[in-house]
Design a protein around this ligand. Structure first.
Ligand code: SAH
Length: 356
């Protein structure tokens, strides 16, 4: 590690700010520098948010999707994929089971599936909130603002909508049928409606340079998000990006660490895609700045069909076993599992309102 890199890490850890070139250098740094970067992020994490790891139970309730995102295995044109939908009652039952396993949050995720009219999803949210005192996060893609409002009024607490990349040009290349500005507009609408908002990007997309990733870091920071979820791009053989190079664990961990240094208070998960590339990915993520894990509680009969990317690990673990596994990972990292919903620290600190 050069003296210069050492200073970059120190400055970033001390000030919480860095220029684009410095961030690009850190994203491309050597192994020794990366260890120092992870240690710095781990230190800031411990100081800013403590040792608790927040668990979110993930329910993948439909793999139907109207979109054709080039990287995603759920894309409309992946015609061989057997599709499924969970009935609203089934979603509620699954959420109740998750609450009874000790989870304080459920994340309802799907492709963009218009079969679920907003009032139907709102009923499911109300059903969950009436049955158990847990937080509900939605990750269902772009919808009209009226839909978001209905869901917020039904009691949904949070919403995850990754911007995928801060480059409108790269976004255009990867999403033939969606628009970067519109997606960003959805993030703004969610914020105004009072959701705790999560966004993020993929790491290692084809055509994505370190400078673009440095821009992603600064862009994500500027959004003042409650949660920031990032993961490596993983090439799916049944998509137009088959055979392209996937992102790497090393680059993803460097990005995670920079994120923690730039956004000390944010909720930052070690994501499923990280574990797909490395079975120790969750632990390594926790040691590089992350403080959230999202164990899967989707009913076993659907699990394998939610194939956003190949190589998902632990698909055969029943929810109870998954819970045990994740508790082990947290303990091995010398941390503890948080109780309760684990709401955004930013929303608790600041008055809720539209940001600039
Ligand atoms: N339809 C919802 C949920 C999408 S799935 C939405 O639009 O928000 C959640 C995330 O999986 C996506 O935001 C994307 O970042 C990620 N993803 C999709 N395909 C991927 C791939 N091949 N490799 C890595 N991540 C992928």
């Amino acid at each position: 590690m050069t003296v210069e890199t050492h200073h970059l890490i120190e400055d970033l850890a001390r000030t919480g700010a860095a220029k684009r070139d410095a961030l690009a250098a850190l994203l491309g740094c050597d192994e020794a520098a990366a260890e120092a970067l992870f240690a710095a992020a781990d230190g800031v994490r411990a100081q800013a948010v403590g040792d608790e790891v927040h668990l979110r139970a993930l329910i993948e309730f439909s793999n139907h999707c109207r979109r054709d995102c080039l990287y995603c295995g759920l894309r409309r044109h992946h015609e061989e994929l057997p599709r499924y939908r969970m009935e609203p009652d089934e979603i509620v039952a699954c959420a109740i089971d998750a609450a009874d396993l000790g989870y304080g949050t459920v994340v309802l995720q799907s492709g963009e599936d218009a079969w679920y009219a907003a009032p139907m999803l709102a009923d499911a949210v109300r059903g969950i909130k009436a049955a158990r005192d847990i937080a509900v996060t939605l990750s269902i893609g772009e919808r009209p603002e009226e839909d978001y409002r209905l869901l917020r009024d039904a009691g949904a607490d949070r919403f995850l909508l990754r911007i995928e990349t801060s480059s409108p040009t790269l976004h255009q290349q990867l999403h033939p049928d969606s628009d970067w500005q519109e997606r960003l507009g959805c993030v703004g609408a969610l914020w105004r409606l009072g959701f705790q908002v999560g966004s993020g990007v993929q790491i290692g997309l084809p055509g994505q340079s370190l400078r673009m990733l440095a821009d992603d870091l600064l862009f994500l920071r500027s959004l003042k998000l409650d949660m920031i979820g990032v993961g490596p791009f993983i090439s799916h053989p049944a998509t137009p990006l088959a055979g392209t190079r996937s992102g790497t664990v090393g680059l993803t961990l460097r990005f995670l660490a920079c994120l923690r240094l730039l956004c000390p208070q944010a909720l930052i998960p070690a994501t499923t895609a990280l574990a797909a590339l490395d079975p120790d990915g969750w632990q390594r993520g926790l040691e590089a700045g992350a403080d959230v894990l999202m164990p899967n509680v989707t009913p076993m009969q659907y699990r394998r069909r939610y194939e956003i990317y190949p190589g998902k690990v632990w698909s055969d673990l029943e929810p109870v076993e998954f819970r045990r596994l994740v508790e082990d990972i947290v303990a091995r990292s010398g941390r503890r599992v948080a109780q309760g919903p684990g709401h955004s620290r930013l929303r608790q600190a600041a008055s809720v309102g539209p940001r600039e």
